[in-house]
Design a protein around this ligand. Structure first.
Ligand code: FAD
Length: 262
């Protein structure tokens, strides 16, 4: 079974800073890591191969040349092959163009299943996984917390819902986005690190995946960020001090009435 895993390199911070002029993330001086949800996707890909005793795991990322290090991290924990989608034509992609680019790479790779993280911690849209499935016209299952069974042509998965779990039979090839409940990612072994250092990473540009330059990158992005900002901090609020909860409730009701009159 051929398992493709989409991974994204993201800034190692939750304090994402925005350039107010360009409305893009400030990446300078910020260490990059593999998107945490993608670590679970890589681990699941490797576990599927191990469970079946055959197959290969190919990790794929669209990003700048330095995203090479994210792919090597994936090889260090067990991925077999890696593809870096890199080139000027891919720059400035929104989620539509990103998922189209990844979908074209999948057409070339022809995997049995595509795994992705639930969402990226920088862009945070959770659109790319479902987007890939739409561009390919393949089924999708999101928030996958367990793969009960997987074989050529079908997977049985559990998906997290707000109030429980849903068990789905998914026809393959399909795109599955995973949540952190699915497994515990392993740490890289010494042998894995050596393999990662020596690995040859395939680098594909727009021509390699047969992309129309008008449909990818900035040109192929139907959405644009007009403004991006952190919401202003809320005021301090007012503490209601009272001898008992009942008294506090009475004071609160009085306050609310006062506000309604105003
Ligand atoms: C309206 C809009 C405009 C944007 N404009 C720009 C821009 O001009 N320039 C710019 O640099 N960025 C831009 N972005 C950000 C860029 O589109 C996103 O970083 C990218 O499309 C991924 O979206 P996300 O981070 O929300 O990923 P999510 O959809 O949250 O990611 C889900 C999963 O998809 C996979 N995935 C996501 N991205 C990749 C990738 N690149 N390679 C492999 N797998 C991936 C991972 O498995 C990930 O866990 C824009 C985003 C939006 C919403």
């Amino acid at each position: 079974m051929h398992i493709a895993v989409c991974i994204k390199q993201v800034p190692d911070t939750t304090e994402v800073r925005i350039n107010p002029e360009t409305n893009t993330l400030v990446r300078e001086g910020v260490k990059s890591i593999v998107n945490p949800f993608d670590a679970y996707a890589i681990e699941e890909g490797v576990r599927i191969r191990e469970r079946l005793g055959e197959g290969k795991v190919t990790v794929v990322t669209m990003g700048p040349p330095q995203a090479d290090s994210a792919l090597r991290e994936a090889i260090a924990v067990g991925a077999d092959e890696a593809v870096l989608l890199c080139g000027r034509a891919f720059a400035g992609a929104d989620t539509w163009a990103t998922s189209l680019t990844l979908a074209l790479a999948m057409r070339k790779l022809r995997p049995d299943v595509v795994l992705a993280g639930k969402q990226a911690i920088d862009g945070d849209t959770a659109q790319v996984g479902p987007g890939i499935s739409c561009h390919l016209d393949w089924p999708q299952a999101c928030y996958v917390s367990k793969i009960r069974d997987i074989r050529k042509g079908e997977a049985i998965v559990e998906c997290l819902m707000e109030t429980g779990k849903e068990v789905l039979a998914v026809e393959l090839p399909a795109v599955l986005t995973v949540v952190k409940e699915i497994n515990e990612p392993r740490l890289p072994s010494f042998k894995g690190k050596l393999r990662a250092r020596k690995a040859v990473i395939a680098v594909w540009d727009d021509q390699a995946i047969g992309a129309d330059p008008e449909k990818i990158g900035l040109k192929g992005s139907p959405t644009a960020v007009n403004r991006i900002f952190s919401p202003p901090r809320r005021g301090g609020g007012e503490m209601i001090a009272a001898a008992s909860a009942g008294d506090a409730a009475k004071l609160l009701v009085a306050k609310i009435k006062e506000l309604r009159i105003a």
